[in-house]
Design a binder for this molecule. Structure first.
Ligand SMILES: *[C@@H]1O[C@H](CO)[C@@H](O)[C@H](O)[C@H]1NC(C)=O
Ligand SMILES: *[C@@H]1O[C@H](CO)[C@@H](O)[C@H](O)[C@H]1NC(C)=O
Ligand SMILES: *[C@@H]1O[C@H](CO)[C@@H](O)[C@H](O)[C@H]1NC(C)=O
Ligand SMILES: *[C@@H]1O[C@H](CO)[C@@H](O)[C@H](O)[C@H]1NC(C)=O
Ligand SMILES: *[C@@H]1O[C@H](CO)[C@@H](O)[C@H](O)[C@H]1NC(C)=O
Ligand SMILES: *[C@@H]1O[C@H](CO)[C@@H](O)[C@H](O)[C@H]1NC(C)=O
Ligand SMILES: *[C@@H]1O[C@H](CO)[C@@H](O)[C@H](O)[C@H]1NC(C)=O
Length: 480
């Protein structure tokens, strides 16, 4: 039971009465209605808004046989439903079946609802993926200079969009893309599964995303974003299959997600070098809670490496990591500019980790050679507390930038248990400044221990962010 449902308890009784009302009405309305009532299925789900108009993909010629392309059916359905944006909004139901499709675009005041046995199968035909421009804050595609394939589910300049279901599946069929990417056979940047740009009031919940060609969920230049109860699965060796990448977004909440992937489970971003600096849009007011991550070659939560618009006020809580390379990792470089500041992490349980703490100041990886070597990132006020880790190779590798010290680092109440063959040097710190308290094994001298008589608790804000006050309603879809 996620928080979305929990917050519904108050309104639950009212809604059940509402539902019975509808059923009673149908049953007292003659034989015909009774039959319909028996065939009627209600799908109840929590969402930021309910919709007045509904349709099923089948109404637009959709065929769920796994081989017929539904790209045109999606376009026809969403074009049709977009007319209701100012008339109570609309929802599109995806019934049980395998619905092959290329990229399609969302509309405002719209819900996409996947039945539990519905699978959106991403097309492997490149002509079903329109090319779109690079993001202005990146200046180029992430894989290749120039254009990029539009994501499977794409939206731009929207408001009030819900992508949800009863744990239905979005299958990126990424294998072909990974093979071509590794063989350098792609001229453009690979598509993501879900990308939403310049939008507000977005909910992505109760879904399973598998085998994305690249990143999975990429909200960019958005505000008020909820990602909740999403399972993301990809082979741990698949290239750049990041889980959730909030990018230059304000007020985002990621909770109750389970991610096993080939790259960072959550990667917080805000643009790349001179493009990100010029665009100047930070990611701020981000909450991440109850995340479970397996990422043997990457981070549980990465801050960067593209952070040139800044990352500020991130609160991560109740994080579980298994067999992952590092916990929260700051990735940056000379030329990035921007900042990573006011980062708060409380409550992490980890097992089998290469590094618990990792900060990297020399990540490199520039979009081109025009970056400003004087653009130094500001890394400041980084707080980690209440962490238990077992079977760890090395506690911490904290590498600031010479002449650009990473400052005000606070680490408290941490117990790191070591693997059978740990590194001799457990804390390796360069160009960092801060304090530690109640941490084992003993931290480096650059993070002096405050001593048993002066136990410090690193900060974690007690106020709540506006994204925690967004109201969720109980909505339903009637399927005949
Ligand atoms: C979706 O919208 C974008 C930007 O407006 C456009 O470039 C792209 O072609 C559209 N995709 C589809 C499948 O129509
Ligand atoms: C979307 O919004 C951005 C930022 O306000 C604007 O620059 C862009 O032109 C808009 N795009 C469309 C297709 O309306
Ligand atoms: C959703 O489906 C995935 C994949 O089958 C499964 O691992 C996960 O437990 C399911 N989540 C819920 C809430 O049922
Ligand atoms: C990529 O570009 C090269 C050179 O322009 C061209 O020969 C090749 O067909 C292109 N590949 C794809 C998949 O578009
Ligand atoms: C230390 O962290 C553990 C979790 O690892 C927590 O249960 C405990 O309450 C914390 N102690 C203090 C004094 O905050
Ligand atoms: C401990 O970590 C090592 C890698 O350092 C791994 O091979 C081993 O399986 C882990 N042991 C347990 C009990 O998880
Ligand atoms: C410690 O970190 C510095 C800076 O990254 C590196 O040059 C050095 O080799 C490391 N020392 C050990 C023993 O790993």
């Amino acid at each position: 039971m996620g928080d979305l449902w929990r917050s519904l308890r108050r309104t639950q009784v009212l809604n059940i009465i509402g539902l019975l009302g509808v059923l009673v009405f149908l049953n007292t309305n003659g034989v015909e209605s009774r039959k319909r009532a028996q065939n009627l299925e209600f799908f109840e789900y929590p969402a930021i808004s309910c919709r007045a108009h509904s349709a099923s993909l089948e109404d637009f010629g959709g065929v769920g046989d796994g081989t017929t392309s539904n790209t045109k059916a999606f376009k026809a359905a969403i074009d049709h439903l977009s007319q209701f944006a100012s008339d109570g909004g609309s929802q599109l139901f995806i019934p049980p079946g395998k619905w092959l499709t290329g990229s399609f675009n969302l509309t405002s005041h719209f819900t996409l609802y996947l039945h539990k046995d519905a699978v959106l199968l991403a097309s492997q035909d490149e002509s079903e993926w329109p090319l779109i421009k690079p993001l202005p804050s990146y200046g180029r595609g992430r894989d290749n200079a120039g254009g990029r394939y539009s994501s499977l589910i794409f939206g731009t300049n929207l408001t009030d969009v819900v992508i949800t279901g009863d744990n239905g599946t979005i299958d990126g069929q990424g294998e072909l893309w990974w093979t071509k990417f590794r063989a350098k056979e792609l001229n453009y940047t690979r598509p993501y599964l879900v990308e939403i740009l310049y939008s507000e009031n977005i909910q992505i919940s109760s879904l399973t995303l598998i085998n994305s060609p690249s990143w999975n969920i990429h909200p960019t230049y958005c505000s008020n974003v909820i990602v909740q109860g999403v399972t993301i699965l990809a082979p741990v060796t698949s290239p750049n299959t990041d889980g959730i990448n909030p990018d230059s977004c304000t007020n985002t909440r990621i909770e109750d997600c389970y991610i096993v992937s080939g790259d960072d489970c959550v990667a917080v971003k805000s643009g790349w070098d001179e493009y990100g600096i010029a665009f100047g849009m930070p990611t701020k007011q981000l909450v991440i809670r109850r995340l479970t991550c397996i990422s043997p070659f990457s981070a549980v939560i990465a801050l960067g490496s593209e952070m040139s618009g800044g990352i500020e006020d991130v609160r991560a809580e109740d994080i579980t990591a298994i067999d992952s390379e590092s916990g929260v990792r700051i990735k940056t470089a000379v030329g990035r500019g921007g900042f990573v500041k006011d980062i708060y992490v409380r409550g992490m349980a980890m097992k089998t980790m290469k590094w618990v703490f990792w900060m990297t100041g020399n990540y490199g990886d520039h979009p081109d050679n025009n970056y400003d070597p004087k653009a130094l990132p500001v890394i400041q006020n980084i707080n980690y507390r209440d962490i238990v880790a077992e079977n760890v190779t090395m506690a911490a590798r904290l590498e600031g930038i010479p002449g650009d010290t990473f400052s005000e680092i606070c680490i408290s109440n941490v117990t790191v248990g070591l693997t059978a063959k740990p590194k001799k040097l457990q804390w390796n710190c360069t160009n960092v400044e801060g304090i530690s308290s109640a941490v084992t094994p003993k931290p480096c001298e650059l993070l002096p221990d405050q001593g048993p008589e002066k136990i410090t608790q690193c900060n974690f804000p007690e106020d709540s962010l506006p994204i925690d006050n967004i109201k969720v309603r109980s909505c339903y879809y009637k399927y005949f």
